[in-house]
Design a protein around this ligand. Sequence first.
Ligand code: DGJ
Length: 740
Amino acid sequence: MPIIYHEESKEFHIYNAQMSYIIEILENGQLGNLYYGKKLKDRNSFAYLHEDQERPLGALAVEAPSELCLQYTKQEYPSYGVGDYRYDACTIEQKNGSRVTKFEYANHKIYAGKKKIEPLPATYVENNNEAVSLKIVLYDKIIDTELILTYSIYNELPVITRHAKYIHNGEESIVLQNAMSACIDFPDMDFDMIHLSGAWGRERHIKTRRLEQGIQSVYSMRGASSAEHNPFIALKRVNTTENEGEVYGFSLVYSGSFLGQVEVCSHDTTRVMMGIHPDAFSWTLRKNEEFQTPEVVMVYSDHGLNAMSQTYHKLYRTRLVRGYWRDRERPILLNNWEATYMDFDEGAILNIAAKGKEAGIELFVLDDGWFGERNDDDRSLGDWYPNLKKLPNGISGLSRKIEEMGMKFGLWIEPEMVNKNSDLYRAHPDWILSTPERYETPSRRQHVLDYSRYEVVDAIFEMLDKLISESKISYIKWDMNRYITECYSRTAAASEQGTVMHRHILGVYDLYTRLTSKYSEILFESCSSGGARFDPGMLYFAPQTWCSDDTDAVERMKIQYGTSMVYPISSIGAHVSAVPNHQVNRVTSLSTRANVAYFGAFGYELNLGELSYEEMETVKAQVQYYKTYRGLIQQGIFYRIINPFEERNMAWIVVSENGEEAVAAFYQQLGCANAGGLRFRMAGLEEDAFYEVKSFNNLEKFSGSELMYAGIPIDQKRLNRNEGDFASILFNIKRISLCS
Ligand code: DGJ
């Protein structure tokens, strides 16, 4: 078993072939961290890694002659108020007003496999040989509360997952004010912090900054993981590149407000913690109640950022995503949003769908505007029944007509929201999150339903259940277009208001669970004004996420490149849209638009009826192309090659798991006259194998070593002559022999 407890030294060694993670039980019973990194050969004790230099002003955790000083000790889950002045992982208010706690080791258990932490989403195993888990029970005897830290290590992947659970046995209630999922201290600060930040339309841009003393963090206090910061950080060694060097990834499986924080202390140690954001959070635990934190997925790589991302991709694609669609190739879809917005009727929709069918597209998706009186975004959210003026045969009739055409039918919903101008709001004005007598801040002219209330989730489920069961629906796009303000639930007691943000997300997960269990073959795509809730929590329920409302091919290069840092290609919704582009007015070629969108769950979002004959023929060829390569693209091993945040160009490659085929793409963001020489050096191929490489209509033969080390010269003059700005080249690569 790759988790060993060394009784004498009181150390846990969690390891697999790639990495080690070593925990010690400190003299005062709390947990310390001795090491996290590349695999160490096991030994009875690594106690020499406990640095305990005596320093002025240090508060001792046990009486002299011991020197244990928590401020200078690398810890696993520090508590508030016991001599460590860095940020703590847990703050608990007690009846007497004290927030001091001390959780000491009580017992532990090592077991094969990995247990569920429902109702929260989490990574899983299919059989118990895939992972080993360690459950360490810590105990605070004054408040009679157990704190259970669980670690699971995957045997074949450099992944450790962590979460914390509080079980309160005491007679007097306690209030959790901060309950992080995980915390870890590193012995130095020689790292760059990478995070994925942005805003609507430019989500998950890669940001890199050198660590400095003090706090650096990413967070959301918006009630959703957000477009502003993704619940992910990585610490990379300063010289780490895409393909070399150490990096530690931290990804939170959660869709609500979160904190990912890095603190460097004045002696250059680095503390990373991640979990639910403590702002607006407080959770009362009465006797026999418990609280479960979300899971943090920690990935270690000593082969650079690509290897870290590939681990996340594999884990999330195969052991986070679940159900019917997990291993299936995703259908090519046609969405009507940018084609019609809300201005359509059944005839217009059928015409667009018919063109989709002609192009070979497999799924037609009807977006916003089909329900209630929804002709504008100020009304009808919550009224989940068809607008019969637009769709006289309802969704039931339309979905059948689309199926008769030979396509599957998909539908847009936004079930967490309501407009004040709706039957639902008129019947239940108290169902929104808002504080009595205070202004109710609208956003996109809508309000957030209070999903912390079971009856609200229930009512929405009933409406959607009726709709889905009466129609032929194969896909659902689940949108969410605003963040939470005035977070207050009308039915919760004053002392429970601090639970509402988290309970709301649990309500969202509950509705997802009910719909995905009942309609297990429906493909769900989550969406939030584009990619404002692109997080692992959502992927547990919906295998794909609409990546961004910005559909411009050039903007998408950065967005998809950044998204690939954590999320598998199969999860990234990517569509070809019309030009001039609706977000930035840019004109790019149909081929570059497809060459970018191919590296995702591919589709179209425009009125194909407005294309010329030649363009339509191109679309047909693109659809055929993606059908041929989608298995490889969606399930292959993805490498980022040229970084569009740093270079004028961008490139990436996906190699099939068996190494037989690959698809690579090179993109010129902006043309450059008389440019210097440029080689496209690929990655992930076998040095000694020979490959046939097809680009445009050229077919050439190269060894893997040539493709990766010499690189293919890019003829920029030709690129400029043919297309200029935004030109792109696709390379189809096929292994023809294993060696010369
Ligand atoms: C935001 C989504 O990201 C868009 O794709 C579209 O579905 C609109 N909402 C509809 O209101």
